[in-house]
Design a protein around this ligand. Structure first.
Ligand SMILES: [Zn+2]
Ligand SMILES: [Zn+2]
Length: 414
């Protein structure tokens, strides 16, 4: 447990006063989720106290509540209840839930993480850049303190995962874009909400099956038309529906990538070299007998397995299982603020996703500058401009940047 200092408290007080200004000025932007009277609402206060089991009959009631409470974070239930304000799940009486997916940049291996993330072992003090390993390479300890940041590249990679997910849901599940909307969470990624009668009654186990499908968990190419034992190798056509066609398309895409693109896609060096060295032969063999026949010409069974497994990760959507399978989940309420960044949670229709730039379009505090003492921060980019890196220095920063750093406990107002 970390001890809260007087400085932490004054930072919280400062952020709360800024959040109050935002909510008093922009409260009309907060919209009601569909069927709002069936939803449970939950909040965190700036004292980190959870306020749960709230329900509101009208958008006016919800807006008034937020203006008075000024929460650090605001949520509503993906579930619909007969009595959303009852204190136990039994009494609430679950009536169904939207299907929610969470795509987060934490687990994506973006190369920029080596520039903005670092970790330190709390036992031996070993320091490293990028994503923290699961164990300290020096002492084997598991207590690593990570300092992780978001950037345009991380959030763009997250959006690409979301687009893959949307594509699978549309093509393989027949969900239309009118039944879905995307939400920028205000921090590390996006949520996808599917609101439709067909998904509402799904159990947690059924939702787990959907996650396994979109993440290609446990997927065996043999059951999707790839006959590994045949010579020449027989496989699905790129035009096929489902994972068969998706696998074939992935093989074509991988074979056409440059060595640099293969590296960014997480393809290991040996495999990338093999693809690079054989590119001419692969393309030549395609013309004779298609992608699968060409693979067998230069890839043994082991290499083939590695290529197929890479093709799967390449096409699968990286989705957090826990969020989708939790049918009582509280999910962030659009147009409220994220307490760890001061950025807005933004909901949008699917067709707006391509043009959406989170670190430009989710800025809530657009006016004025704030004098702050910054303790430590990498270079950050907000609103189209870059700031930092900072180390123990005073700076006059645009409100959004200063509030972002204070929310992350990396700066204090002076
Ligand atoms: Zn260590
Ligand atoms: Zn990044």
């Amino acid at each position: 447990m970390t001890v809260e200092t007087a400085e932490d408290r004054s930072n919280l007080w400062f952020i709360q006063s800024k959040f109050r200004e935002y909510y008093w000025g922009s409260i009309d932007e907060i919209d009601a989720p569909s069927d709002m009277e069936r939803r449970e609402f939950g909040f965190f206060t700036f004292n980190k106290k959870p306020v749960r089991h709230k329900s509101f009959k009208t958008i006016g009631q919800l807006r008034d509540f937020i203006k008075v409470l000024v929460p650090s974070d605001a949520y509503y239930s993906s579930a619909y209840y007969q009595k959303p304000d009852a204190e136990t799940m039994g009494e609430k009486n679950w009536m169904g839930a939207d299907l929610i997916f969470d795509v987060d940049c934490d687990h994506l291996p973006t190369t920029c993480k080596a520039e903005h993330d670092e970790w330190r072992c709390t036992v031996c003090g070993r320091f490293g850049r990028g994503r923290p390993p699961t164990r300290c390479p020096e002492c084997g300890g598991e207590r690593l303190k990570a300092d992780m940041w978001i950037c345009d590249k991380c959030l763009e990679a997250t959006k690409q995962e979301l687009l893959k997910l949307i594509c699978i849901l549309e093509e393989d599940f027949g969900i239309s874009d009118r039944e879905m909307f995307a939400v920028f969470s205000g921090h590390r990624g996006y949520h996808l909400h599917v609101e439709s009668d067909t998904v509402k009654s799904m159990s947690s186990i059924e939702r787990k099956e959907v996650v396994d499908y979109v993440t290609a968990t446990g997927l065996n190419p043999v059951y999707h038309g790839v006959t590994m034992s045949e010579r020449p190798l027989i496989g699905p056509s790129p035009a096929d529906i489902g994972w068969g066609g998706r696998l074939a398309r992935a093989i074509y895409t991988l074979a056409l990538k440059t060595p640099q693109e293969l590296k960014e896609a997480g393809v290991d060096g040996r495999l990338a070299k093999m693809i690079e060295n054989n590119r001419g032969r692969i393309i030549e063999a395609w013309e004779r007998g298609g992608v699968w026949a060409s693979l067998r010409e230069f890839a043994g069974p082991k290499t083939l397995e590695r290529i197929l497994s890479k093709a799967l990760t390449f096409m699968a959507a990286s989705v957090d299982t826990v969020v989708t399978t939790d049918i009582h989940r509280l999910i962030r309420l659009p147009t409220t603020l994220h307490g760890k960044t001061g950025l807005k949670v933004i909901a949008m229709p699917i067709h707006k996703l391509a043009a959406f730039e989170p670190l430009r379009d989710a800025i809530a505090f657009t006016e004025g500058d704030i004098l702050v003492k910054v303790y430590k921060a990498p270079k950050i980019r907000l609103g189209g401009h870059s700031y930092g890196p900072f180390l123990d220095e005073e700076a006059v920063l645009p409100s959004a940047v200063a509030i972002f750093l204070i929310c992350r406990n990396k700066a204090s107002p002076l």
